[in-house]
Structures are given as structure tokens and as C-alpha cells.
Write a protein that binds this ligand. Structure first.
Ligand SMILES: [Zn+2]
Length: 356
């Protein structure tokens, strides 16, 4: 494979460099005759830490649609995706060099008739640990639980399972070597999950000060998916007539959302960017989530780190050191001073190939 180069400041340190790509890897050793494919700000491949490949509003999609989703994500700069639950078997994506790297977490596990139709394995509490172990074996080191959802009998948001069942499920997944994350909107489900050693919380609008401290002490991560949380009033309106308590709960969580997430950030909870593409929103918009993290108060550089080098490290993927796989995005100007440039990559390089 012939060498090519990109030149410009390389994040996170911002040192101007000539970065060569040889046989899919990064080198800073001069390669005679290498073509320059872009000059600009060089950022380690973006990470979408909460995305759903193979899922649409009605459940599993076709492989063709999954491919389109993955290409949209890739062209938006997301070269590493932590899938947050999919009803489709997307393992084949990992055999495609032109599609983003994918960390699958199997299928969501939720309570019977307590989640979006056709999305989850729907189980009862006694079966939860068994399903957790099974999905841990099927996934790539993560599983996804539905922590809470509307309980139609109560007419309000409520934990999907008792705390003991969640704790047994976390233990079962950990025994298989997998980490656990959960969809959590409300406060009630959180203490049990965090104290049982869950590895990550999705959304987290129900977090309180003491729980945030506990997350910091344990190193529990948070992927808030701000763009998704922005839709809470819409979700509330849709159910307001039949479930007024539920609608009021969502409105309240939404009103306090920026303060809740910022309290977690300020306390030192590790926060990562997730677009929730495929859940409700479209794919290819990790730039929108970085902007949303900044909008609620996270400094631009930290918001970008949450979708790049810091998230890569969290998920066990390197940045742009000598010999690392060449996954990078080049932007025309410094994204840490103006995040809007994330919408206009000059070049996307995945596994050492210019893909966009
Ligand atoms: Zn989601």
C-alpha cells in the first residue's frame, strides 16, 4: 500500500506535524514521495458511544439500511461505535473494512411489555441474570439493560426490575467478562445499579449529588445523549393525555437536565458523547452531540475529548501515536475553538484508507 500524509496540528496536544499513513498505520517518520491528502486539524477518529446500528422505529432493519446508517456515521467522523443495543445481528459490519469499528452490546434486555416494541429481549426478573450472561457472550464486551421505562399500570416512569434482579444481572455479565450499561431516565433505578457496580449509565437525568459522588468513586461512566434528552418534552406530550404523571415526570427531568448533567461533569464523572442514532434520531450526527454537550456548559475541548481521544481510551482504542491504526478526521480549522467545523470534515481516514 502506498504511503500518504496529512499535515497540521494533531490533537489532543495540537503539535503541528506531518502524519504519514503506511500500511494502515500512523508514522511520523518521513516517507519520500507520499502524497498530501489533506492539510488541517487532525483529530483521532471520533467515537459515538451510544448509537444503534440495525435499528429503526419499528425494530431490526435490513442489512442494506444498516450499511447506510454505518456509512452516515462514518462520513460524520464516527469511526468507532459503541452500539447501545440492537435487535439486528450486526456482526457482519465488523468484516467490512470500509465501515466504522463496532463494539456490539447485543440486544437490549427489558421487562415484558415495558419497552419499545420489537427492540428488546423482554424478560421477567428471574430470567434477567440468564439473559445478561447470554448477551454478554454474544456481544463485544458490553450488555445493555433497560433500567426504567413507563409502567402503564402505575402511569409513571418506574424501574424495569427490582434492584436485586439488576444486581444479579450485573454480576452475571461481569462473570462473563462483559461490562454493563443501562438506559436510566428517572432517579429510582440509579442507586441499586450504581451500588451493584454497573459500568456506565445512559442518559442519567435522575442523578443526584450523592450518586454522582458514588460514580466518581467507582469510575462509573455517563453517556447523557443530550440530543435525545432534548426530545423529552415531545415524548411527554405524546403520552400526556393517558399518562399525565409520566408526562410531568419527563418535563421535570428535562427542566433540570442541564444542571443534572453539569453537576456530574463538575464532580468528575467521566462523560462520553453518544448521538443515540437509530434510537430516535438519525445517524451521522455525532457533531450535533458534541455541540449539545458544549451547549449545556461543557468546555469545547472537553466536549470533543468526550467524542474522541478520551472516549477511545475508555473503550481501549489508541489515539494517533507512532504505529497506531490510522483512524483520523481532518478539519479545516481548530475544532476546539469552534465545534461547528465538526460538521465539515476535509477528509476521513479509516484503517489507513481515505473513505470520505
Ligand atoms: Zn439509545
Amino acid at each position: 500500500m502506498s504511503a500518504f500524509k496529512v499535515s497540521g496540528p494533531v490533537l489532543p496536544d495540537g503539535e503541528p506535524r506531518e502524519l504519514y499513513v503506511v500500511d494502515g498505520r500512523v508514522t511520523y517518520e518521513r516517507q519520500a514521495g507520499a502524497d498530501t491528502v489533506a492539510e488541517g486539524w487532525i483529530v483521532p477518529g471520533l467515537v459515538d458511544a451510544h448509537c444503534h446500528l440495525g435499528l429503526d422505529d419499528f425494530g431490526a432493519t435490513t442489512d442494506e439500511e444498516t450499511e447506510r446508517q454505518a456509512i452516515d456515521d462514518r462520513d460524520g467522523g464516527a469511526l468507532l461505535i459503541r452500539d447501545a443495543g440492537s435487535a439486528a445481528d450486526t456482526r457482519w459490519v465488523q468484516s467490512r473494512d470500509d465501515l466504522p469499528r463496532l463494539i456490539r452490546c447485543g440486544r437490549h434486555i427489558g421487562r415484558t411489555k415495558r419497552y419499545i416494541r420489537n427492540y428488546a429481549h423482554e424478560v421477567e426478573p428471574l430470567d434477567l441474570p440468564g439473559y445478561a450472561a447470554q448477551q454478554a457472550r454474544h456481544g463485544d464486551g458490553w450488555i445493555k439493560l433497560v433500567g426504567d421505562w413507563i409502567d402503564r399500570a402505575e402511569g409513571d416512569l418506574a424501574p424495569s426490575f427490582p434492584a436485586e434482579a439488576f444486581a444479579a444481572a450485573i454480576k452475571a455479565a461481569h462473570a462473563e467478562g462483559a461490562k454493563v450499561t443501562a438506559h436510566c431516565y428517572g432517579p429510582d433505578v440509579l442507586p441499586g445499579l450504581i451500588r451493584a457496580g454497573i459500568d456506565c449509565i445512559e442518559h442519567g437525568t435522575g442523578l443526584s449529588e450523592d450518586l454522582v459522588d458514588e460514580m466518581v468513586a467507582r469510575g462509573t461512566a455517563l453517556v447523557p445523549t443530550i440530543m435525545q434528552l432534548d426530545l423529552m418534552p415531545e415524548n411527554a406530550a405524546a403520552g400526556a393525555a393517558r399518562f399525565p404523571d409520566f408526562a410531568a415526570t419527563l418535563h421535570d427531568l428535562h427542566d433540570r437536565m442541564p444542571a443534572t448533567i453539569m453537576a456530574a461533569y463538575e464532580a468528575g464523572v467521566p462523560i462520553y458523547a453518544g448521538s443515540d442514532g437509530g434510537g430516535i434520531s438519525r445517524h451521522g450526527n455525532i457533531a450535533g452531540e458534541v455541540a449539545a454537550l458544549h451547549r449545556i456548559g461543557i468546555p469545547a475541548r472537553d466536549a470533543l475529548a468526550a467524542a474522541s481521544w478520551r472516549a477511545r481510551e475508555w473503550l481501549g482504542h489508541p489515539g494517533l501515536g507512532e504505529g497506531d491504526p490510522a483512524d483520523l478526521v481532518v478539519y479545516p480549522s481548530d475544532p476546539t475553538t469552534d465545534l461547528s467545523v465538526l460538521r465539515s470534515p476535509l477528509r476521513v481516514v479509516l484503517r489507513g484508507r481515505v473513505v470520505a
